[in-house]
Design a protein around this ligand. Sequence first.
Ligand SMILES: [Zn+2]
Length: 122
Amino acid sequence: MNNKNYIKEGYKKNRYAINNKTGCWSWLLVKNKKGYGQVGYCGKIWQAHRLSYIKFVGEIPKGMCVLHKCDNPSCVNPEHLFLGTDADNARDRKAKGRNADFRGSKNPNFRGGREIFASGGS
Ligand SMILES: [Zn+2]
């Protein structure tokens, strides 16, 4: 399988599960410590939500971050993503009361993701 087909076919079908309750597309493959999906693309390791944003929405301006409306780091639904700066990200986290102590298990969206993970994962 060449790399292009791998991305084209694999990205959609096997890499995330759609949570009907939240609408989140929960990443099913490799995740980093913070719960962000990771994917190899064009010889680079990408955060899956950033790649999703690029694929479905458009380019990410230099210095901008792709943030989650849904607070689910593993979510790659482009409709749940928005652009912001690091400062926005920190402010957003604070506003939602999940600063340094945040863990995925406290996030209801995350639990939904895990259900899918358990039943649909490899
Ligand atoms: Zn989401």
